[in-house]
Every structure is written in structure tokens, then in C-alpha cells.
Design a protein around this ligand. Sequence first.
Ligand SMILES: [Fe+2]
Ligand SMILES: [Fe+2]
Length: 160
Amino acid sequence: MAQNLVDVLIQEHQEVMNGLNSIMERGAPPERGTRNPEFDRVHSMFLQHAHGEEEAFYPRIRDEMPDMVRDALNEHEKVRTQMQELASQWHEESEWKSRLQEVKGNIQHHVEDEEQKIFPRTRDMFSTQELEQMAQQFEGAKQRTPGISAAAPGRAEAAR
Ligand SMILES: [Fe+2]
Ligand SMILES: [Fe+2]
């Protein structure tokens, strides 16, 4: 059975939050000069999810809820910047932890807005069949995420 877009998005939110939690539970930042494969994996997942929403989802609801879409785009951009900084700069442990906590808080807030305000209206706006088509368009859009290899979506660690 085809999946509906809202269910797919909620499932991905869970995966991103779980990934961030497991990075934080491990506690220590990567050694200076080394990659953190777990962070890279969550970073890729976030970038693909956000791009997929921006290409295949938000344009469909923008007329209905312009303010929420504008806020959501700003939140994506803020998290993109913060995650890029975490990926590209080395930080000592307390700084790394507080930056990670900040990213997690921002994602949490964004996910709550989507799940509590945007998704219920989305389910009302579209038929099941439309939501299934949108899920397919979302998967296609994720493959076009800038900076992510289409050959290994969300699996950046496999290449390391
Ligand atoms: Fe989302
Ligand atoms: Fe989003």
C-alpha cells in the first residue's frame, strides 16, 4: 500500500530526532580533524527532508497557510546554517554540546509546528490519493537535494 505524505514526514521526524538523541547520548564530540558519521547521517537526512518539503510539499499549502510556510522556511534555513557550522567547524566538548542542544531545540520546535498546526490542515485539504501522490513527489524531490549524492540518499556514512 502506498504511503501518505504526512505519515512519511512524521516517520522522518522521528528518525532525525532519534539520530540526534543517540549522538547526544554518546556525549563526546568527534576528535579534531575527524568526521562524525552519525552526525553526517542525520545532517543528510535533515537536508533531504527539508528540501523535499520545500520542493514537493510547501508549494501545495502556501496559499492556504502562507504565514506558517514562511515561518517553516525560516526555521529550515536556521537549522541548515547551524548544522553546516557543526559539520564544518571543530568545537570543544561544552560548546559542541550546547550547539547540538540548540539545533535539537530548533528542530523540535519546527517539528511540533508541522505536526500540530500544518499537518492536521493538510490532511483536511487533500484526499488520500493526493497525499500518496505527494509522497512520491517528495521522494523524487529528496533525490534533488543540493549537495547530497543521489546514489546514496541519507547514507553518507557508507562512503566513509
Ligand atoms: Fe518536516
Ligand atoms: Fe520542515
